[in-house]
Design a binder for this molecule. Structure first.
Ligand code: GLU
Length: 488
């Protein structure tokens, strides 16, 4: 069997985009499924737009998503360097081979001349292709231009034919190369263009399958022509449909987060994110959508990937994230939750700050608060009453001002000294007794009795398990809050 090697080749001109994460995932899945290798190459040739922070963000995001590469800038490998910017000395050699074989030629056209050609095409309502003005320059003419200080670019001579290839995702694709025009492979400043560098790198890195977004489909014929001219084996291509926003426009920041690290900041779990993006264009054979990447890899078939665009449903992501939050190991979830609760570390919360809460109570708090939430960022609101001596009574005020609530709370004050706050079960039982008592003596609904207690202790009318909330807060705090509530 051929050696399967796939790659992800992001340009570090921004934080890792969720779309790039999906492309990385599909490459990763293909490698896992076939026992192949997954390569990371950083395409930082556009030095002005690339920066180290973005590169780091790409590393961190891919790792957080569990997409570990087998070869890449940090881990090395046989076919490095894996930063394109460190490969500048490689490209001229191959450009020279193409020049020598007659597959490329030097072009001395100035930007103004090219602009004029383009304008002419627009005027004549024609698609622009380069005129080949420089294709047949003699050695003398070239020497003359050089003497004038004009630096040439190198253009690839496009053979006119119908180019057909079998896309792994989209099936047979045909292109009329007449429409391509001789394109630049080396700029006059000696740097390669994307289409050239990517072919040389993929060729030298022995990439066998190129799975990427369909926004690159118009580049593919150019790249295939270069492989053919170099006599190299043409890799297999698979182009994935795009990810669109719910309104079917390009996914952008106005729809919500787009960078993986922004999703994380908003409280999405990377396990949920990666599971979610796997379903953008692919469906599990057993219909079970929630599963870890290792299971997805076993089931993954590139030929089953949908060739159409996928809609990024934030609502579905929220739902899925909620499912992961409910199932996540509590200790791990607590670690992930801490950054979202950092507000409660400030002095204004007195003795009841985040860092003063015991690990046991932290885990218990997260355990009882996680059920309804869809993102970790909701914890800041939902855990608010666990911090500080006082609470905000806005929500519970109406309940607390009722006479029956006062009756309940006065009764609690009579009993509370005997309650055992070291045992959830026993608090659970005394609250049940309280409900029964108020039902029998005062015909109060059980939930009305609990509303009074909850409003007094948390300031709210809804929230986490009451018995556990009370044991986390402790007897003293509960008493203080109930006393305060009785004043309303
Ligand atoms: N650097 C290119 C990008 O980020 C890579 C394209 C490709 O996969 O060939 O779009």
């Amino acid at each position: 069997m051929e050696n399967i090697r796939v790659r992800i080749a992001p340009s570090p001109s921004g934080n890792l985009h969720i779309g790039t994460a999906r492309t990385a995932l599909f490459n990763y899945l293909y490698a896992k499924k076939t026992g192949g290798e997954f390569v990371l190459r950083i395409e930082d040739t556009d030095l002005e737009r690339s920066n180290q922070e973005y590169t780091q963000n790409i590393f961190d995001s891919l790792k957080a998503l569990g997409l570990q590469w087998d070869e890449g800038p940090d881990v090395g490998g046989k076919y490095g360097p894996y930063y394109q910017s460190e490969r500048f000395d490689i490209y001229p050699k191959y450009a020279q081979i193409l020049l020598d074989k007659g597959y490329a030629y030097e072009c001395f056209c100035t930007p103004e001349e090219l602009e004029a050609e383009k304008e002419e095409a627009v005027k004549n309502h024609k698609a622009y292709v380069y005129s080949r003005k420089c294709m047949n320059l003699t050695e003398e003419q070239k020497a003359e231009l050089r003497a004038k200080g004009v630096k040439p670019s190198i253009r690839f001579k496009v053979e006119h034919k119908e180019l057909i290839f079998n896309d792994l995702v989209k099936g047979e694709l045909k292109f009329d190369t007449n429409l391509i025009g001789d394109f630049v492979i080396m700029k006059s400043n000696g740097t390669p263009t994307y289409n050239f560098a990517v072919v040389i790198d993929d060729m030298l890195m022995k990439v066998s399958h190129i799975i990427r977004g369909e926004d690159h489909i118009s580049n593919t014929p150019k790249q295939i022509l270069i492989y053919e001219a170099l006599g190299a084996e043409v890799p297999k291509f698979g182009h994935l449909g795009m990810i669109l926003a719910p309104d079917r426009s390009k996914l952008s920041k106005r729809h919500g987060a787009t960078a993986v690290s922004d999703f994380v900041k908003q409280g999405y779990l990377t396990d949920a994110l990666i599971n979610f993006v796997a379903l953008l264009g692919w469906a599990p054979s057993d219909g079970v959508e929630i599963k870890p990447v290792e299971d997805i890899a076993k089931d993954f078939r590139i030929h089953d990937v949908s060739s159409s665009n996928s809609i990024f449903e934030y609502d579905k992501l929220n739902w899925m994230n909620g499912q992961y939050i409910k199932k996540m190991d509590i200790s791990k979830l607590t670690d992930m939750a801490l950054p979202f609760l950092s507000k409660y570390d400030s002095k204004e919360f007195g003795e009841f700050t985040l860092s003063k809460m015991s690990r046991e109570n932290l885990e218990k708090m997260i355990e009882i608060t996680r059920e309804p939430i869809t993102t970790l960022s909701e914890l800041e609101h939902d855990c608010a009453y666990f911090f500080g001596e006082d609470v905000d009574y806005t929500e519970g005020m109406e309940t607390l001002q009722k006479l029956e609530a006062k009756t309940v709370l006065n009764r609690v004050m009579e009993l509370i000294n005997d309650w055992n706050f070291n045992d959830d079960e026993s608090i659970h039982n005394v609250l049940a007794d309280l409900r029964t008592e108020f039902k029998e003596k005062h015909s109060m609904k059980p939930k009305e009795t609990m509303w009074a207690v909850r409003a007094a202790v948390t300031g709210r009318t809804r929230g986490a398990d009451m018995a556990k909330t009370m044991t986390i807060l402790g007897k003293e705090t509960c008493i203080k809050r109930i006393k305060k509530a009785l004043e309303f």
